[in-house]
Design a protein around this ligand. Structure first.
Ligand code: CU
Length: 72
């Protein structure tokens, strides 16, 4: 199991966090997703077949691109 935290500057309201948590949460292998408005951070815990590349690609696709990786 891997937990990563990303900065996603496009997060601006509860709709954003809901969209991210729903969309990323549907990826196979993703165990949990927490998106925060105040800090604009997204914390994701996952296992294979999910991958960092796949998660970042999905976030970019739904218009919430990852700016940086905070912790791994
Ligand atoms: Cu929003």
């Amino acid at each position: 199991m891997t937990t990563v935290t990303y900065t996603v500057p496009a997060i601006s309201c509860g709709h954003c966090t809901h969209t991210i948590e729903t969309e990323v949460g549907e990826l196979a292998g993703v165990q949990s997703v927490k998106a925060e408005i105040d800090t604009k951070k997204v914390t994701i815990t996952f296992d294979a077949p999910a991958s960092e590349d796949g998660i970042k690609a999905l976030l970019a696709e739904i218009n919430y691109p990852v700016e940086s990786l905070i912790s791994l």
